[in-house]
Write a new protein. Sequence first.
Length: 227
Amino acid sequence: MNHPPITLLPLGSHEYHGPHLPMQTDTLIASSVAAAIAQGIQADSARFPMGVQVFPAIPFSCSHEHADSVSLLPDTLVAVLDDFAAQARGIVAVVNCHGGNHVLENWVLSRNRDRFRHLWFPRPVNWRRACERSGIASEWGEDVHAGEIETSLLLHAAPGEVRADRLPEEHVLRDRPLQGISGMTQYTRDGVLGRPRLGTAAKGEALLKALAALALEEIDLLVRKSS
């Protein structure tokens, strides 16, 4: 029996990522993670005989916590994902690299009630595990935005997009009690919450490999549950 290919949909954002990273940082990272996952699927035809297709990234999502961003309302994003998933037929993995898309968890849980065919990745638990495997120095919760993690990933995946001459000093602020209701603008002016100067291309390469490996584990589980 032929099954439709696994579909990967990168989901990014358009928002400030400090003076050293571009507005489309999350989109570039999501596309890189999706490409690494696809490469892993193609290399393991025994586990994934259905193959994979990678769609172009959606460059906007829910960035309301940032000033001067381009955002979709949560209902709009859900409608776009529903339209997309309805046409994909098989397993749909949304490769989300913007932390503000909280609606994704509810979307996946509600759509998986009858059949396991939706996945969003990487989730916070995946990021933590990948960081542990990749030599990230910052503690979880310190490196929130445009810091060591994202700088490392772009130094590896898209080094031409990193302004190394404009790397800012670290800005770590663990106590952000109003972030969930008023956004990040009162805690960072330029979008940096972390330690960007700790970023390296080697860490970015290790992070990308770790994220892809973790994704393959979850996709394999979803394939078996949905069959």
